[in-house]
Design a protein around this ligand. Sequence first.
Ligand SMILES: [Zn+2]
Length: 203
Amino acid sequence: MKKQGKLIVHTGSMFSGKTTSLWRELYRMKIANYKIAAFKPSVDNRDDERKIVSHDKLEIDAIKISDLNEIVDYAENHELDAIGIDEVQFFPNDPSEVIDIFTKLMKKRITIVVSGLDMDFKTRPFEIIKEIMPIADELTKHHAICASCGEDAWASYRKSSDDSRIQIGSKDKYEPLCRECYTKKMSEREKTKNQIAMEDLNQ
Ligand SMILES: [Zn+2]
């Protein structure tokens, strides 16, 4: 395994196993004696499934950061060979800035493994993922299983009517749905919303 200065992207909906793939990739590098570090956005307060522990007790902990620029100094000071970034769409950095940061790291032959959501709950692409997908050396789109019909899932459906773009949550707040089930649920929701509005008008 000679992975130096590469960009590896794992994307897909929620519950698609993209974070697990990120960890697996880092774990393999750790076995290959790469100096690695993993980062995740400080806004992400879920601590479940953020660590892998193998039978030989190798663990990878993620360092919480609020800005991707923090990685550049860290990587230099620790002479890293590879870094992992989880939930990259939650960082506030502009896509062009992210590409600059990644280019800087790759020039130093550091491999970057990224995991991030492809689309928000309204199926609008996350800008960072949209920009880094074409420049990736390796790209995998992961799929969860549709919670309604068992088909490959396509989107992360938000169960509540909260409209803010970033809403950290897990199965309590989201469910993976295929394109057909997602479209059906969204139009049902729209109908209910209109009905409530009509009832309000008639009162
Ligand atoms: Zn479905």
